[in-house]
Design a protein around this ligand. Structure first.
Ligand code: ADP
Ligand code: MG
Length: 338
């Protein structure tokens, strides 16, 4: 049998990338999350060939110090947590400190950033193992991340990519989720140099309509329910808007998009009396709860979470939505009485 050896760092990052950067949209998600965590109020994304050729994200966030540029690309290097205690109370979207390291291991990555107090920006580039020295660059305050030729050194993974259109569709979906979660941020999405989506800063209802269409807004009602330490708010669509697919189901826990069986079940149950079995409810809902009540460190892509008291949560979601839907139900009936 062969002897045991520690793997070289690049290979470690490439292995991690297999999970974290499953496809271009996954890299795109991580980069957008970083802009949001950096308190950006404007985020512009430019994709080329579905993100395979290029993902470029420009933000006006806090920026990165010249001295820390290379650290940002290191595995397990993060500005977001310091201790186990912090890990149990995550308030940022990122915290694992591995996204940029993973992406950098499988692409040609350029990171350009300028802090408010610096008189110009600094830039570093990395392709595989080679990390360049920071060089001066010109950029407004904020950060620009450019990821070129994703999987250029992982041909096996490249083979699994779908068509450009499909990869772009996944990126667009990631973008929409971010845009829905933060109406207080302006977002722009371009693909192959064409403007696809442009969203100004606005309120939640208007943002939802801008992203999902006027019809969704008109066919839905507002929910805003609170219980001790927990709040559920957003829009739920009336049965008339129900879909044959699950394409209009957006649920955010502490502003993070999640897919969760328990939550889906609670919503399904709330709609049960008024929705045909082959239809899916449509909603954009936000659940805010104490960060100690939810564990976000479950999966590398952070798309799954665990709740401390899932039974109580199920009941709270079910009752909140059931109540909202029941009230319109009786209103409609009332309105239709002769
Ligand atoms: P994480 O987000 O989990 O900390 P990342 O690998 O995504 O890990 O990023 C590493 C670090 O780089 C972040 O903690 C942050 O300090 C810095 N960083 C990355 N992107 C940006 C950005 N757009 N603006 C400011 N800082 C950033
Ligand atoms: Mg991150």
């Amino acid at each position: 049998m062969a002897s045991i050896k520690s793997l070289p760092e690049l290979l470690v990052n490439q292995i991690a990338a297999g999970e974290v950067v499953e496809r271009p949209a996954a890299a795109f998600k991580e980069i957008l999350e970083n802009s949001i965590d950096a308190n950006a109020s404007e985020v512009t994304a430019q994709l080329v060939q579905g993100g395979i050729k290029r993902i470029r994200v420009v933000d006006n966030g806090t920026g990165i110090l010249k001295e820390e540029l290379s650290l940002a690309l290191d595995r397990h290097a993060t500005s977001k947590i310091r201790t186990l205690e912090d890990l149990q109370h995550i308030t940022s979207l990122g915290f694992r400190g591995e996204a940029l390291a993973s992406i950098a291991a499988i692409s040609r990555l350029t990171l350009t950033s300028r802090k408010a107090e610096a008189d110009h920006a600094w830039q570093i580039g990395v392709a595989g193992k080679q990390l360049s020295q920071p060089k001066p660059a010109s950029l407004a305050i904020g950060t620009t991340v450019e990821v070129d030729d994703l999987y250029f050194n992982i041909p096996a993974r490249r083979k699994f990519l779908k068509t450009e259109a499909t990869e772009f569709a996944h990126c667009e979906e990631v973008f929409k989720r971010m845009a829905l979660s933060r109406p207080d941020i302006g977002f722009v999405l371009q693909h192959n140099e064409k403007l696809r989506i442009q969203l100004g800063i606005t309120d939640l209802r208007r943002r939802i309509m801008a992203v999902l269409g006027e019809a969704f807004g008109q066919a839905s009602l507002s929910v805003d329910e609170q219980s001790t330490g927990i709040r559920l708010y957003g829009l739920v669509a009336l049965p008339a808007y129900a879909r044959a697919s699950r394409d209009a189901q957006y649920f955010f826990v502490n502003n993070r998009f999640v897919r969760d069986k328990l939550i889906t079940h609670a919503l399904r149950e709330a709609y049960r009396d008024i929705l045909h079995l082959d239809r899916h409810p449509a909603f954009v809902l936000f659940l805010d709860l104490n960060s100690g009540e939810v564990d976000v460190n479950v999966h590398p892509t952070k798309a799954e979470v665990r709740f401390r008291d899932s039974r109580a949560l199920h009941q709270f979601i079910f009752h909140s939505i059931h109540k909202a839907l029941a009230s319109t139900h009786s209103q409609l009936e009332y309105a239709h009485q002769p």
